[in-house]
Design a protein around this ligand. Structure first.
Ligand SMILES: Cc1ncc(COP(=O)(O)O)c(C=O)c1O
Length: 307
């Protein structure tokens, strides 16, 4: 899409085009390819969605200079919208659970976003309802609707998925990803399956179970849906589901910090645990790709750094 030049273009140009990093697990005898989405400018895969929905809103005329962008988010989408919103001059309000890490809230406030918190433990559905009520009460509200907006998946199909194909160096056998909205899983899954029809698309899901000796706080994998099947997930060609415990996810994220020097967050650890399992199932020579969703510094106050 051709768009008029804007001072924020240099920031928007930093979004996407992330490297595909080979992770050699010598002990397990497996190599997993990780798409380094934590290198996006605000630190997560969600920068792609924020750029897409804001540019689409401007192009359609729905997003106007006095608009307030309102979204229900586990934090990362809010930070991405707030970053792009700051650079393009929009007000952003994020509706999020009180359980989202303090780092997310601090970043949101610094980027000038308003925070609307709802009680933790309540499903995303409650937050989504709140955003709809806000839109009904104020005509300035612009809803990106990340959980149902097809653009979310399309952006990953045309962007992230095509980048992975170009970077893969040959056939891939499986794609593994957790889902919050399902945009990444659906979009990348569709792109890779279209290229390699035999490729297995695997949904990583949190098991919710505690590892021996773990505190109840540790079952959570932030950003990944535990009790909510988002509408966009229906677009994902899922062949298999693999469940990962929060403790396993954190142990793997810490291993990624220490053994690979990759400062990723908990959901990246969970994705890699599931990717290793799938690679072992597929056998020697299997080429499995997964997503490294966000950065470790978003989790300093959480159990990830409590060891
Ligand atoms: C840390 C983290 N991991 C994974 C995801 C899942 O991404 P998607 O919404 O594309 O399913 C999110 C989404 O919010 C996230 O914040």
């Amino acid at each position: 899409m051709k768009r008029a030049p804007h001072p924020s273009d240099s920031l928007l140009d930093l979004i996407g085009g992330t490297p595909l990093v080979p992770l050699h697990f010598a002990e397990e005898g497996v190599t997993v390819l990780g798409k380094a989405e934590f290198l996006n400018p605000s630190g997560s895969v969600k920068d792609r969605l924020a750029k897409a929905v804001i540019l689409a809103g401007e192009a359609s005329g729905e997003l106007r200079p006095d608009s307030v962008i309102v979204e229900c988010t586990s934090g990362n989408t809010g930070i991405s919208l707030a970053m792009v919103g700051a650079a393009r001059g929009y007000r952003v309000r994020t509706v999020m659970s009180t359980t989202a890490s303090g780092e997310r809230r601090s970043l949101l406030r610094r980027l000038g976003a308003e925070l609307f918190l709802f009680e933790g433990g309540v499903s995303y559905q409650a937050g989504i309802e709140l955003t709809r009520e806000m839109a009904a009460a104020d005509s300035r509200v612009y809803l990106p609707r990340q959980f149902e907006n097809r653009l979310n998946a399309e952006e990953h199909e045309e962007g992230t998925g095509q980048e992975i194909i170009a970077q893969s160096g040959g056939e891939l056998h499986a794609f593994v990803s957790g889902y919050g909205t399902g945009g990444t899983l659906a979009g990348v899954g569709r792109a890779l399956k279209a290229r390699w029809p035999g490729l297995r698309v695997v949904a990583m899901e949190p098991s919710g179970e505690l590892m021996p000796g773990e505190l109840p706080c540790c079952h959570r994998i932030e950003g990944v849906a535990q009790d909510y099947e988002p509408p966009i997930l229906g677009m994902a060609p899922i062949d298999q589901r693999v469940r990962v415990a929060g403790g396993q996810a954190m142990a793997m994220a810490r291993r990624m910090h220490r053994e690979f020097g990759l400062l990723v967050g908990t959901s990246s650890g969970a994705n890699v645990v599931a990717a290793l399992e799938v690679a072992r199932e597929l056998g020697p020579g299997a080429r499995v790709v997964t997503i490294l969703c966000d950065r470790a510094d978003r989790y300093f106050s959480t159990a990830l750094f409590g060891d």
